[in-house]
Design a protein. Structure first.
Length: 259
């Protein structure tokens, strides 16, 4: 059975996340529906590299697709794209090995979060607007504390008793670009709500409601304190899925511009 590697972008505003759900519109569900029409049956598998929550976007999601016949990659891309809504787009389709697995073979993922420091008439779906003045340097100092192998049990809605909450965080990078603060998090994997709770906690540091000592404390204990700081899904983008040999993204650029 041929296997294809799909690179996908989407705006998550109208969807209840990536993964198929009953009685909810999802990105994976839209892709499966389009593939059913193309192939005339549902005897195929579409597996994504990772889940994104409701309202979260993706610049580069990866999935593998198993089908019962060979199709030219560019033809498959065009046929499925023609049936997808405008806010989901397949960037590329490639032939791949039958052993390639979009999720299991991934060695790292990166997310970018966009904070707007001013109100915008156009950017609401893609940023979290913070009215308060933020101390960027304090946020940058606190961000470094998340790097390395850390236990993120206080920064997730996953249940620590059911799965490991230890994550290797390669980098938390933060830059001011125009009227936006960009935060990139690159890690081996991410837990449920982890990015949004980390970002929300960094914003509390920027508001001077918390400091680096609070972050250190939360990384050493188990607490549900950060749930109330959870950042809006609108500013979050799955940026990249990395596989063995892939170079890490270096440039940190906004998806929209606020001058």
């Amino acid at each position: 059975m041929p296997r294809y590697k799909l690179s996908i972008e989407y705006e998550g505003t109208r969807y209840s996340g990536w993964q198929v759900q009953k009685n909810a519109r999802t990105v994976q569900g839209e892709l499966i529906g389009a593939a059913k029409t193309v192939f005339g049956h549902d005897r195929f598998e579409l597996m994504g590299a990772g889940r994104t929550d409701a309202g979260v976007h993706a610049l580069h999601q990866v999935a593998h697709l198993d089908v019962d016949r060979k199709v030219a990659p560019i033809q498959l891309q065009r046929q499925i794209n023609d049936l997808l809504p405008a806010d989901i787009n397949i960037l590329r389709v490639e032939n791949t090995s039958a052993t390639f697995h979009a999720r299991h073979d991934a060695v790292a993922r990166s997310y970018v979060y966009q904070i707007a420091t001013r109100r915008s008439a156009f950017a609401k779906r893609f940023v979290w607007w913070i009215k308060d003045s933020l101390d960027l340097h304090a946020m940058q100092r606190a961000a470094v504390l998340f790097e390395g192998m850390q236990d993120f049990r206080s920064f997730t809605r996953d249940e620590p008793s059911q799965k490991s909450t230890k994550v290797l965080m390669e980098e938390v990078r933060m830059e001011k670009v125009g009227e936006m603060i960009l935060i990139r998090l690159t890690a081996s994997h991410f837990l449920w709500n982890m990015v949004r709770q980390v970002v929300g906690s960094l914003v509390e540091v920027g508001r001077r409601n918390m400091d680096s000592r609070d972050i250190e404390r939360l990384l050493k204990t188990e607490s549900d304190e950060t749930r109330r700081y959870t950042a809006s899904p609108s500013g979050l983008f799955l940026e990249h899925i990395y596989y063995k040999g892939d170079e890490r993204q270096r440039n940190l650029s906004p998806t929209i511009t606020l001058l």
